[in-house]
Design a binder for this molecule. Structure first.
Ligand SMILES: NC(=O)c1ccc[n+]([C@@H]2O[C@H](COP(=O)([O-])OP(=O)(O)OC[C@H]3O[C@@H](n4cnc5c(N)ncnc54)[C@H](O)[C@@H]3O)[C@@H](O)[C@H]2O)c1
Length: 376
């Protein structure tokens, strides 16, 4: 598949669930969508708990080798990048051992289960002088890239207020079965880590550092059907929802929430930013659109305009030559390209695991309750 002269970045993939599949599909798409990439991703081996799952995944994605022991990836000289798509309980062990083995690390959010783990992973990556990347792919939607450009370019003035919300209904029902996501031991926090990590990443990415935060969390569905024991239930011991207020270092204020038991909400990730000279709004359900309002338009014409992103909004045009629309999985293709391209060029890009330490600090502060000063 790869051109003879193409540089391949050797990847060892760990975890073949939802994200493992999205990552593998993204890697496979990079040569078609970004034929001029400095390097192409080349998945050399995949690991999962059960050998048959790893093997089935390898067949699906044309990966030459598979294993049920992720540590074997670390000893291979043809693996340069370790891609971590397991539940968070394994991230510390895998990421720190991978870094110590000299492998670059591409880890899914929320990285560690808590601030201490995320900081330890960042320390390991820094000490080993390897590159790191985190899967905050909503940043990659062309409309979000445009929002970032408008804000950082000063087009809407000083940011004054930031609202970011992520509501969904895990499993599609309040009685969806128990899984690792409902376990503090497996996942760390619940909605606060899973959804909140995206919320805080977008807030920091778009509006800069946060100085103080005050939040609270709740468990609203304390028991769920245990898939391993028909008729029995299993305890949920991490939060179903969080709410937080914040003050940015710039003086702007923030309103944030996440909810994984939000009846009627299907992946409603939204932001709404009010600034001195305008405002922007985005909703993942209409991910190709950005709503923009500029204060310098005549009062009689003022209001939100919908920009439907298309080929004029890079890298949209790489996918399709008209405004027919990109989807969630395309954001991972953009991310995968950025990861391998940065590795081949030796460039440092964001979000790195270092950037996620700031997100982990906010998650930690919300759990403590009351106003907490955050080391921005
Ligand atoms: N960026 C995003 O939008 C996004 C979306 C969903 C999930 N995620 C993140 O991706 C990660 C994985 O989530 P998921 O939804 O794919 O979970 P999942 O349950 O669908 O898949 C997890 C996979 O890890 C495997 N695994 C477990 N223990 C293992 C071990 N010891 N060795 C090898 N494989 C092992 C499981 O067998 C499974 O295949 C989490 O950190 C999650 O927060 C990110």
């Amino acid at each position: 598949m790869l051109g003879a002269e193409a540089l391949g970045v050797g990847i060892g993939a760990i975890g073949t669930g939802f994200m493992g599949g999205i990552h593998a599909r993204a890697y496979r798409s990079v040569p078609w969508i970004f034929p001029d990439a400095a390097a192409y991703p080349d998945i050399r081996v995949v690991a999962d708990l059960r050998l048959e799952d790893a093997q089935a995944f390898a067949r699906r994605f044309d990966i030459p080798e598979w294993t049920d022991n992720w540590r074997t990836l670390l000893g291979r000289s043809d693996v340069e990048l370790v891609d971590v798509c397991t539940p968070p309980a394994l991230h510390l062990e895998i990421a720190t051992e991978a870094a110590a083995a000299g492998k670059h690390v591409y880890c899914e959010k929320p990285v560690g289960r808590d601030l201490a783990e995320t900081t330890a992973i960042w320390e390991a990556v820094r000490k080993a002088e390897v590159a790191s990347f985190v899967g905050f792919n909503y940043r990659m939607a062309p409309a979000v890239i445009l929002a970032h450009e408008l804000i950082s370019g000063g087009r809407i003035g000083q940011v004054r207020q930031v609202k970011v919300s992520f509501r969904t209904l895990f499993g599609g029902s309040l009685q969806a079965p128990w899984s690792w996501r409902f376990s503090r031991e497996q996942a760390g926090c619940g909605a606060l880590a899973d959804l909140g990590s995206h919320v805080f990443d977008l807030a920091l990415h778009l509006a800069g550092p946060i100085a103080r935060v005050c939040g609270t969390t709740t468990i609203t569905v304390p028991e769920r059907p245990d898939p391993a024991r028909p008729g029995a239930t299993r305890r949920v011991d991490n939060d179903d929802a969080f709410t937080a207020l914040a003050e940015f270092a710039s003086g702007a204020t923030g309103i944030f929430d996440g909810n994984r038991v939000a009846i009627g909400s299907a992946s409603e990730l939204t932001f709404d930013i009010v600034a001195s000279g305008g405002a922007v709004r985005w909703d993942m359900r209409r991910m190709n659109e950005l709503q923009v309002c500029f204060a310098d338009t005549p009062a009689a014409e003022q209001g939100f305009t919908t920009i439907q992103t298309g080929p004029a909004n890079p890298p949209y045009g790489r996918f399709i030559p008209s405004s027919l629309g990109l989807g969630y999985a395309d954001t991972k293709v953009i991310e995968a390209h950025r990861v391998v391209d940065a590795l081949a060029r030796g460039e440092v890009i964001s979000p790195s695991i270092g950037d996620v330490v700031a997100v982990a600090r906010l998650i930690d502060a919300v759990q403590r309750g009351g106003w907490v000063e955050v080391d921005a």
